[in-house]
Structures are given as structure tokens and as C-alpha cells.
Design a protein around this ligand. Structure first.
Ligand code: ZN
Length: 450
């Protein structure tokens, strides 16, 4: 990771919750209280000019003075505030009816229920005529089927629903909230060959809010797709096939090759024109990440794992002058293409100012999806044990490569390449081997605890 982003990360760490082990997917909402104040003034002004009566009577009614619109992109990110600096609340599917209650610059505030609204880019919406109406989603049926790599859970709806924010209150319970929805369940059809979903409960929480609780035997990851306007699809990853015996989870692993059958994707950070952070005497992050990844890859292979690298030479995966997101997506695609079970992105840390950079120490492991939290802790503890870096720990952060994967995926900042003492150590194979061994031990611990 480069200095600047690390710096902003440290800033956001000072707010409560980022270091939390409970793994709520919603970190502190707004970075800057002054900005927040200015926005609230602006919003107050806007709502005054929009309408005189902006009180809602119930969940169903949005403030008066709204316009109807429909989402027009395959995926639109709903955020806490009107810029990409704000946290993500949910991903909205195409064809979703929303009410626009205000706009600010290129952003629109949309309303989903009395307690739930957020901001999306205005150009992701198509405005509807004033005669349009806001339909309530009726949840009708749930069907669970087993597929090759996952368990498929189809939720059938009466009208275009919405991809709802999810919540974990326990590592094995997934809660989904459907806004502007009613439950009229005709049936929940389970599948006898499903080793993942244990129980599904649907209940009307308030007039227009439905809660769905899904109990899981274990969690390897999931993703939600609005398959058609009437069908929300949730896909739960199956555990690697060798962990299943007669359809049930079998936790025993061979002591000779404990990683047999695991498909592990290693992502050496940066590469080519993108050097990553540079140490005080010129050691480049991209070089150390690749060396460490190769050492780690050998350890994993020797213990039975199948290892895939996003890169094995000093290159970028995409055009070096292209957008950073394309490069990161290319790395995500490598993991997906090989049906990886685990993903580890390897980086070395830095700080923007020299004085801080020279003193900085510590290991950070980043995760985003809830299924990656335990994996992140296992790796963090073991790397610290090997390198004796000070304990910093696990950080929830929306980093591209860990966010876009629906199986355990983490980004490891093993130590600070900007620290001259650490940089000198990083030039030695023996030190890289310690880091690689720490990550390897972490993977092993995670695999054994499944
Ligand atoms: Zn990096």
C-alpha cells in the first residue's frame, strides 16, 4: 500500500469501530464532522426549498416533493453521503424503483424507507413520469438448490426488489432486511443435499420492512444478484469438495498434506511501472511482494495446496497507464477463473511523512467480507509471531481486491518497508521466509479450524 492511502486509513482508524473484532460491515459513517455539519446545513436548506411538509406518515411514505426514478445500471452503489469518499451501504440492481428526495451536485439522495436512505450518482438513474407509482415488494417463495460450486437460494418477489444491505450478528447468521416489502411466504423449499443452509426465517418487522434470518452450518462466502426483476439470487459458496463426505461437512484433514485440495490465489502487490512503496535506500515494494509470494507459494504447494499467482514476473496485469480499478479487477479475475478457495494479497506498508515512516512498525491485515474476518485474524497473529512486529491487528476496509471476492480474501501489510531497519531486513531471504511462514501458519490454522 502506498503512503497516502495508509495515511487516510490511519485517520479513519481513530474513529470507533475500525479495530472492532465484531465485524459489523458498517464502519463509522463520516470521516469529517465539519463536512458532516456543512452537508446537514445544505440538506436542511434543500428540504426546505423542496417542500413545506417533509414529515413522513409511515414507512411507506417518502417525504413529499420527491420524483420517481428507476436504476438503469447493472449495479449501482448506494452510499452514506454524496461522494465516493463515503462508505457503501448496498449495491442496487438494475430496474429498481426509487424515490429521489434531493440532489447535490452529481448525486441524488434516494429513499428506501423511513429509516433507510442513501446517495447514488444521478446519472445511474432514469427519471420516471409523475404518474408512476412506488410498488411494494411482496416476498413469495424461497427455493434452495445445490449447484456445482455453490448453494443457490432464490427469493421470488412480486415486483422488482432490491439488493438489501446484509448484516452479521453472529458469524453463522446472515440477516437481510428488505425495505418497502411485505412477506406473503407461500413456502421455503429446502434441499436435502445442502450442507450450508440450516434454517431460513422470514418475518414482517414493521408495516413495510421484512427481516430474513439465514442460519448457516459454516460460511465460505456468498454473493447476492438481482437475477431478474422478480428474483433475488443469493449464492453461498460450498466448502472445497474434499471437505464434504456424503454431502456433510467432514473436518478431518490429512496430517501429511493438510492443504490437499485447497486452491489458493496469491497476489503479489503492485508490479511493473507501479513500484508500490519505496524504502529509504530504494528497495521497492513490488520486488519484495513477489519474492515473498513465491516463497509462500512453495510452502503451500509442498503441503498439497494448488497455488495460483496473479503475477510471477515484474509486470502489471493490465495497461500500466490504464485505470487502477482495471488492474485490481484483473487480479480478482485470476482468483475467480481458478475457482480459488482463499485469496491473499501481499503488501508492505509505508507512511507519507519521513519522520513517521522511519519509526513505523506493525502488521495490519485487511478484510471486507464477513467470511474473511477469522481468516484475517489467523494470518495476523501468525505473522506477528514470526516477525515479532508489534501487534496492530485486523482492519475492516473497503479495499478493491478483498471487497470483490466472495470467499475468504485478505490483504496483508506484513511490516513497514519505509522503516530503515525493516527495509534492511526485507533484503534478506531469511526475513521474507519468516513472513511467508507466518502467512502459511495462518492459512493452516484457518483451514484446520473449519
Ligand atoms: Zn502496496
Amino acid at each position: 500500500m502506498k503512503g497516502k492511502s495508509m495515511y487516510s486509513m490511519i485517520n479513519s482508524l481513530s474513529q470507533a469501530g475500525q479495530f472492532s473484532k465484531t465485524g459489523s460491515p458498517y464502519p463509522p459513517k463520516i470521516k469529517d464532522s465539519i463536512l458532516k455539519f456543512i452537508f446537514s446545513l445544505l440538506l436542511a436548506f434543500l428540504s426546505l426549498t423542496l417542500t413545506a411538509s417533509s414529515l413522513y406518515a409511515s414507512d411507506q411514505q417518502a417525504p413529499a416533493g420527491f420524483t420517481f426514478a428507476v436504476t438503469r445500471l447493472q449495479r449501482t452503489t448506494l452510499r452514506v453521503g454524496p461522494s465516493t469518499q463515503y462508505d457503501r451501504l448496498a449495491e442496487l440492481p438494475k430496474g429498481l424503483n426509487v424515490k429521489v428526495i434531493s440532489t447535490l451536485g452529481k448525486w441524488s439522495k434516494i429513499y428506501l424507507s423511513k429509516n433507510f436512505s442513501g446517495w447514488i450518482k444521478t446519472d445511474s438513474l432514469k427519471l420516471l413520469p409523475a404518474s408512476a407509482s412506488f410498488t411494494t415488494v411482496v416476498l413469495k417463495r424461497i427455493k434452495i438448490t445445490r449447484e456445482l460450486h455453490d448453494i443457490r437460494m432464490d427469493v421470488y418477489e412480486s415486483s422488482p426488489g432490491l439488493m438489501i444491505p446484509y448484516e452479521w450478528r453472529h458469524p453463522k447468521i446472515l440477516w437481510l432486511t428488505f425495505y418497502n416489502a411485505k412477506s406473503a411466504m407461500e413456502g421455503i423449499y429446502y434441499n436435502p443435499k445442502d450442507p450450508v443452509i440450516e434454517d431460513v426465517q422470514v418475518r414482517q418487522k414493521s408495516s413495510y420492512t421484512v427481516l430474513m434470518k439465514i442460519d448457516l452450518a459454516h460460511l465460505y462466502g456468498f454473493k447476492m444478484i438481482q437475477k431478474t426483476p422478480h428474483q433475488l439470487l443469493i449464492k453461498f459458496q460450498l466448502p472445497p469438495p474434499f471437505l464434504l463426505k456424503r454431502g456433510k461437512l467432514n473436518l478431518r484433514t490429512s496430517s501429511y498434506s493438510p492443504l490437499k485440495g485447497w486452491r489458493i490465489c496469491l497476489d503479489p502487490g503492485h508490479g511493473g511501472k507501479d513500484t508500490g512503496a519505496v524504502g529509504p535506500t530504494g528497495l521497492e515494494e513490488k520486488t519484495v511482494t513477489l519474492r515473498t509470494a513465491k516463497i509462500l507459494g512453495k510452502m503451500l504447494q509442498n503441503n498439497g495446496a494448488l497455488v495460483f499467482y496473479t503475477r510471477t514476473t515484474d509486470t502489471s496485469l493490465t495497461n500500466p497507464n490504464g485505470p487502477a480499478a482495471a488492474e485490481l479487477q484483473a487480479r480478482v479475475n485470476v482468483a475467480k477463473k481458478h475457482h480459488a478457495n482463499l485469496f491473499i494479497s501481499i503488501h508492505f506498508n509505508s507512511k507519507p511523512t519521513l519522520a513517521k515512516a522511519r519509526k513505523a512498525r506493525g502488521t495490519f491485515v485487511y478484510y471486507y467480507q464477513p467470511q474473511s474476518l477469522n481468516f484475517a485474524w489467523d494470518i495476523c497473529r501468525n505473522v506477528e509471531n514470526e516477525t515479532l512486529e508489534p501487534k496492530y491487528g485486523v482492519v475492516f476496509k473497503s479495499l478493491y481486491v478483498v471487497r470483490e471476492l466472495d470467499f475468504p480474501a485478505v490483504l496483508v501489510e506484513s511490516c513497514y518497508i519505509s522503516n530503515p531497519v525493516t527495509e534492511a531486513e526485507l533484503r534478506h531471504y531469511s526475513y521474507l521466509k519468516k513472513i511467508a511462514y507466518g502467512i502459511y501458519r495462518g492459512i493452516l490454522q484457518y483451514v484446520k479450524s473449519r
